[in-house]
Design a protein. Structure first.
Length: 124
């Protein structure tokens, strides 16, 4: 009879530990960016006259939230119980790639949103 939890007695691969650490770092970065960006929006009383600008200003927040959700998916406890090591690493790698992509796009859009805000016409 096959013992389903036999691979839990072995130490985790360093690769899996590194992936978990990268996901934790991405969670921290996204959380800090959300706090600073949303704080700046509310403290600066940012108002968007155009719907396009409003969409552009909120898009980084949506992408950062997607980063958090994707990074959280890297930590899935059922994988340690049900998946073999190769499947576990493959799933973690795929989920970490989604998180990294969302974070990269969020940072680029955040920079574009700040540039658009700074170049907006001001009322005289």
């Amino acid at each position: 009879m096959k013992e389903p939890l036999s691979h839990l007695n072995q130490p985790l691969h360093d690769l899996v530990k590194q992936m978990d650490q990268v996901a934790s770092t991405q969670l921290s970065i996204a959380g800090v960016l959300i706090a600073f960006y949303s704080g700046a929006i509310f403290a600066g009383k940012v108002s968007a006259g155009l719907l396009v600008n409003a969409f552009l200003y909120t898009l980084p927040l949506c992408l950062l939230l997607a980063t958090i959700v994707s990074a959280l998916r890297v930590f899935y406890p059922s994988g340690y119980l049900h998946d073999d090591d190769e499947t576990l690493i493959k799933k973690k790698q795929q989920r970490l790639q989604f998180s990294s992509t969302f974070l990269e796009i969020a940072i680029v859009i955040l920079i574009i949103a700040v540039i658009v805000y700074l170049l907006r016409p001001t009322a005289a």
